[in-house]
Design a protein around this ligand. Structure first.
Ligand SMILES: Nc1nc2c(ncn2[C@@H]2O[C@H](COP(=O)(O)OP(=O)(O)OP(=O)(O)O)[C@@H](O)[C@H]2O)c(=O)[nH]1
Ligand SMILES: C[S@@+](CC[C@H](N)C(=O)[O-])C[C@H]1O[C@@H](n2cnc3c(N)ncnc32)[C@H](O)[C@@H]1O
Ligand code: SF4
Ligand code: SF4
Length: 344
């Protein structure tokens, strides 16, 4: 499918202005994931090729002023929850100032961030003071050597320092993300789950998805969540807690544990029916569904002197035409963007 580029105000708007934006399937879309940069200080093998991606040249990236304006307009269309991601969001210059501006935008109720935490420790408190509510941190192995291999160079000690600093700064409840890949880190699932016995964290196991640049990792690497659930239950016992609204994770708990377990089963048990989210790429494209190619060029409208009203109309139209869901595992795979451009 070709990406959609709608640079002009659509002639027929299907949604009521002033009402919070809903798509054509009745889903309320109120969660924007912003990729602050497509660059990263890791090269996780399930996310990016070793040589990286074709990174966007700097002039193509949204400036802070453009981003803040867009967030204000998105908030007017009903977006309430913002997640900063990347690439690696901590590489963005003036991250603290950006967090503060977004957190102070009328209508925005929560700003959170997904990070690899390598650079988090020294800035965690400043981010919390600026209005960041919580962080989700990626950790795919507890073994420093395997961690280094999976991330192609990552230092697990610094990531633990980031986790500790996030807790101290109150960026909680803390969620830890592990992309499980068969034959690489699936043997560590019990050890990762065990962390939740003494810590109030949500440890989440994610089915690997076939994004551009790494599609072959998912071809043979997906471990269906039900296999992991059975394995963990056999070792510790497991209580099902629920599946709350638009949360992509099904949650469980080891009996008596302080923390929880989450399973994000995009492939074996998709959650598109309750999807509430869209993505803004660092180069200013509104990407309508993580696993589809459709996107709309907001940067062109921003830089082409589009008024706030025109931008709002474009955003409402994009929400209206948001695809129902993905077609995996056997349907059309994404062909345009890598995970590091979309932010997960
Ligand atoms: N298929 C699909 N997977 C998603 C979507 N959103 C998140 N994920 C997956 O879930 C992983 C974890 O997402 P996070 O960045 O931690 O964000 P989150 O789960 O929305 O965060 P919370 O606000 O804490 O619920 C991502 O890396 C993706 O693999 C989505 O809309 N579709
Ligand atoms: C793209 S990263 C960006 C934020 C940050 N660099 C990090 O790793 O947390 C966001 C999330 O996407 C997940 N992710 C990356 N590639 C994936 C894939 N192929 N399938 C499923 N999740 C993936 C990562 O594990 C991470 O939790
Ligand atoms: S998953 Fe995050 S840390 Fe790993 S390469 Fe992708 S963007 Fe970087
Ligand atoms: S695959 Fe698309 S529709 Fe499904 S949950 Fe993710 S973003 Fe939403």
């Amino acid at each position: 499918m070709m990406p959609i580029e709608l640079l002009e105000k659509p002639q027929t708007l299907q949604t009521r202005s002033n009402a919070p934006a809903h798509d054509a399937h009745g889903r309320r879309i109120n969660y924007l994931r912003i990729s602050l940069t497509d660059r990263c200080n890791f090269r996780c093998f399930y996310c990016m090729p070793e040589w990286g991606m074709q990174f966007a040249p700097k002039p193509e990236l949204l400036t802070n002023a453009e981003l803040i304006r867009l967030v204000r307009i998105m908030a007017q269309t009903g977006f309430e929850k913002i997640r900063l991601t990347g690439g690696e969001p901590t590489l963005r210059r003036d991250l603290v100032g950006l967090v503060e501006a977004i957190a102070n935008t009328p209508g925005i109720s929560e700003v959170s961030m997904t990070t690899n935490a390598l650079l988090l420790a020294p800035i965690a408190q400043q981010l919390a003071d600026a209005g960041l509510k919580r962080v989700n941190i990626s950790i795919d192995s507890l073994n420093p050597e395997s961690f280094r291999k999976i991330t192609r160079g990552g230092d697990l000690t610094r990531v633990w320092a980031g986790i500790e600093a996030a807790e101290q700064a109150g960026l909680t409840p803390l969620k830890l993300n592990c992309v499980v890949v068969r034959g690489v880190n699936d043997h560590e699932v019990l050890d990762l789950a065990r962390l939740t016995i003494d810590k109030p964290w949500q440890m989440r196991f994610i089915e690997v998805m076939p994004l551009v640049g790494v599609a072959e990792v998912a071809d043979n690497g997906v471990v269906p969540s039900n296999q992991l659930i059975a394995q963990i239950e056999a070792e510790f016992g497991l209580d099902f807690l629920g599946w709350y609204g638009a949360d992509p994770a099904r949650t469980y708990q080891i009996p008596g544990a302080q923390g929880k377990l989450g399973f994000i089963s995009s492939i074996s048990d998709p959650f598109c029916a309750t999807c509430n989210r869209m993505r803004l790429t660092a180069d200013g494209k509104l990407h309508l569904c993580l696993l589809r190619d459709n996107e709309l060029d907001l940067r062109a409208a921003l830089r082409g002197s589009g008024s706030d009203e025109e931008l709002e109309a474009l955003i409402r139209h994009a929400v209206w035409i948001k695809p129902w869901g993905h077609g995996l595992p056997d349907g059309v795979k994404p062909t345009v963007r890598g995970m590091s451009e979309l932010g997960g």
